[in-house]
Design a protein around this ligand. Structure first.
Ligand code: GMT
Length: 378
């Protein structure tokens, strides 16, 4: 198949999944064309089957807002026509599905009345729960969903939210996030502790884009409670709007020496390999890819019962799930797990086993089958 993939290049799960999917499809012999504003952060490989099209936006004083969506539509139309793409797969409804829809309209004449390509949209989360919930954007998100030939969501929770909010014309198939467990695995990383000056205490980790839904303040508060009882450090990987508030909070709580802000990093396996626990206290999370990647590296997770977490994290087996905002409960469970090496070992092994159920190869097959079904339809 010839497949176009539209995705956000920025640090985040939807761009990661899109890049990993494209790489896996290319490795299986499909020809994959990526479209984004800059190279997606996980597209770090060479393959004869992978192509990347940077979308250039015209800058003209009249347009205060850059016309990215239109430039993207134009680029997709050009490449889809000349490369004869079978499928265009938009990751995140806005603006990608709309740009792809527009690209198809631009090609209508050239395709002599037939659909030039099948448009697949994968909903990742805030495209529905935040952008889609905005009154000014809801109708445009609905249009993007209804004009797609096939729609997938990354969890059952997100599927149900999409149906409740948009009552779409067609069903939404669930294809969960996935992880390459040959890459995400616990590796010996003897130098990292030394390099980061971490000492021998327990290591807690959080990885995200530091948006409000991630509740970074709760990450710091849970860590504060744990660090009062046990020697520990907190690694914060990523960056975003809530970072400086978290820094202020860790200073106020007197723990800034133990909290390391590491910024946006591509190579997280060594950090996960030395971590004992991941904290993900999000108040909304359609799936939570960072938690799955941590589990693949044998790191149990303290997360919330919000959204898609309960679909792959079994509380009491792979970590613990608590109500959003229950800082005391999360801190108590985190301490319990860190203090009991035997229990931690059982959880860590169970995490690795669970991650293997979400192996990249299995889920990429589901995407291929989804594309094939759409292509077989008249
Ligand atoms: O929606 C976002 O906040 C951004 C998006 C992203 O690009 O990282 O994250 C969403 O997609 C990921 C990949 O499918 C999911 O693992 C995340 O749970 C989801 N984020 C939220 O629902 C908050």
């Amino acid at each position: 198949m010839k497949i176009g993939i539209l995705c956000h290049h920025t640090y985040g799960g939807s761009g990661a999944i899109a890049a990993e999917l494209g790489k896996a499809l290319a490795a299986k012999g499909h020809v994959v064309h990526f479209f984004s504003q800059a190279a997606p952060f996980r597209l770090n490989t060479y393959s004869r089957n992978l192509h990347y099209h940077e979308v250039e936006v015209i800058h003209y004083p009249l347009f205060e807002c850059p016309l990215y969506s239109l430039a993207l539509a134009s680029k997709v139309a050009e490449v889809a026509h000349y490369e004869k793409l079978d499928v265009v797969h938009a990751h995140y409804a806005i603006p990608h599905a709309l740009s792809a829809m527009l690209a198809r309209q631009m090609l209508e004449d050239k395709c002599a009345g037939t659909k030039c390509f099948r448009l697949v949209t994968t909903l990742h989360g805030t495209d529905i729960t935040v952008v889609g919930a905005d009154r000014g954007m809801a109708d445009v998100v609905r249009l993007a969903i209804n004009k797609s030939d096939g729609v997938t969501s990354v969890s059952e929770y997100l599927r149900e939210e999409t149906i409740r909010m948009f009552n779409p014309l067609r069903d939404v198939a669930v294809i969960p996030n996935f992880v390459d467990t040959s890459f995400f695995r616990r590796l010996p990383a003897p130098d990292i502790r030394e390099q980061l000056g971490l000492g021998s205490g327990k290591i807690l980790i959080h990885i995200s884009n530091f948006r409000p839904v991630k509740c970074i303040g709760d990450v710091v508060r849970v860590f504060y409670e744990v660090s009062r009882k046990i020697d520990a450090s907190l690694l914060l990987v990523g960056d975003g709007p809530e970072r400086s508030e978290a820094e202020t909070l860790s200073r106020t709580l007197g723990i800034s020496e133990k909290v390391r802000f590491l910024g946006k990093l591509d190579d997280i396996v060594p950090l996960l390999s030395i971590s004992d626990l991941m904290l993900m206290p999000s108040n909304a999370e359609s799936f939570g890819l960072a938690a799955l990647e941590a589990m693949a590296c044998g790191v149990p997770v303290i997360a919330t019962m919000a959204g898609g977490f309960p679909e792959f994290i079994v509380s009491g087996e792979h970590g613990f799930l608590l109500e959003p905002g229950d800082v005391d409960g999360m801190a108590a469970r985190a301490y319990e797990l860190l203090a009991d090496r035997e229990q931690w070992g059982g959880f860590s092994e169970a995490c690795v086993r669970q991650a293997k159920r979400y192996e990249t190869a299995l889920l990429v097959e589901q995407y291929e089958a989804f594309y094939s079904r759409l292509l077989a339809q008249a």
